[in-house]
Design a protein around this ligand. Structure first.
Ligand code: HEM
Ligand SMILES: CC(C)=CCC/C(C)=C/CC/C(C)=C/COP(=O)(O)OP(=O)(O)O
Length: 312
């Protein structure tokens, strides 16, 4: 090997290592995890009592790791359809950069580690709810419902609603009404979050035969469901104040943020459509509603934490 080839090979190695690391991180769906972690942290903050900082950090890392592991197993299971959808074809498994078996081993090991560490660091109630949420995302949503029914994300979406319950249980060792209300808020938020996205991403799902609502019931029904779930969600977000575990700062934020979410949902509902209900605007309102759904949930949970810190 000439010097020139040898030196360019050694220079190329770190960049290749870096992109390999990036692929393993991508398997954890890190952007989705960021919001999952935020809701989990708020569960931890609003729970009565405290954890020593090192254990609180361990609990948050376990939620991130468990959610990431579930995402990796989801990508292992869905590698056939991911390869045929534009949005997902470049993922590490369908693109051939990570072996399916290695991804599965990685997901299962991380999932096991996250549950065990959670149990040892905090308590086994929190570890049990973490295990349940991983099983819900992997088994109930990914392996069972996703390819079978348009209600996949309503039932399976419960997986993503568990993190505040896990955070709360990590502190208290218990699951009471308060964290269940936070669960319900995320549960009712998931349909407008996902169905707004599915309105502009339905071609992918149609191609691979995944029965998402716009594919099975059409765009018009999906727009209606986005609005209906938002109408149920907004009053529900006032429950923490009505039940006395949050104050007026949170209630004001919930009303303002909710009014804006309703405005987006109404715009989705009213979007100019052809006779089949397909958007004539390039689904601009649906794209905006999807983006806003992310800020909405983040800000709502931040408002709850701030409110609880003010109330003490
Ligand atoms: C069954 C329930 C859910 C489904 C089917 C779903 C589906 C999706 C899909 C398909 C995307 C686009 C991702 C991409 O293009 O890579 C997305 C984005 C996102 N979802 Fe969800 N989601 C669900 C629940 C949740 C939950 C519970 C959270 C957090 C609390 C969440 C947070 C996010 C975030 C932060 C993004 C943006 C990611 C980015 O910027 O790429 N999702 N969701
Ligand atoms: C603690 C714990 C286990 C939390 C799990 C949390 C969670 C956010 C679950 C649902 C997340 C999600 C991105 C679903 C995507 O659907 P998809 O998998 O059909 O999307 P894709 O087509 O992008 O793969």
């Amino acid at each position: 090997m000439s010097d020139l080839t040898a030196s360019s090979a050694s220079e190329a190695l770190p960049a290749q290592d870096l992109s390999e690391v990036r692929d393993w991180v991508t398997l954890l769906k890190p952007r989705v995890i960021s919001l999952v972690v935020l809701t989990g942290v708020v569960g931890l903050i609003v729970a009565p009592g405290t954890l020593p900082p090192a254990l609180a950090i361990a609990a948050v890392l376990c939620i991130a790791l468990g959610a990431g592991a579930a995402g990796a197993i989801n990508m292992w299971y869905d590698r056939d359809i991911d390869a045929r959808m534009k949005r997902t074809a470049r993922r590490p498994i369908p693109a051939g950069r990570i072996e399916p078996g290695a991804a599965l081993a990685y997901g299962v090991s991380l999932a096991t580690a996250s549950v065990l560490i959670m149990g040892l660091a905090t308590n086994w109630v929190a570890a049990g709810v973490l295990a349940l949420s991983i099983a819900f995302y992997v088994v109930v949503y990914t392996m069972w419902l996703k390819r079978r029914t348009s209600q996949n994300i309503v039932i399976g979406g419960a997986a993503g609603a568990f993190p505040p319950v896990i955070g709360w249980a990590a502190v208290t060792g218990d699951v009471t009404l308060e964290p269940l209300i936070l669960f319900a808020i995320i549960f009712f938020w998931t349909p407008p979050h996902f169905w707004a996205l599915s309105l502009f991403a339905h071609a992918d799902y149609e191609r691979v035969g995944v029965p998402m609502l716009p594919v099975t019931h059409g765009a018009r029904e999906t727009r209606k469901q986005v609005l209906l779930y938002t109408l149920l969600l907004v009053p529900l977000t006032l429950a923490p104040t009505l039940l006395g575990f949050a104050g007026w700062v949170y209630a004001a934020a919930a009303l303002l943020l909710g009014a804006e979410f309703l405005r987006h949902a109404l715009a989705v509902w009213r979007d100019r459509q052809d006779p089949a209900g397909r958007s004539l605007s390039g689904d601009v309102p649906a794209r905006k509603a999807f983006r806003y759904s992310l800020s909405y949930l983040g800000l709502l949970f931040i408002a709850l934490a701030v409110d609880r810190m003010i109330l003490g």
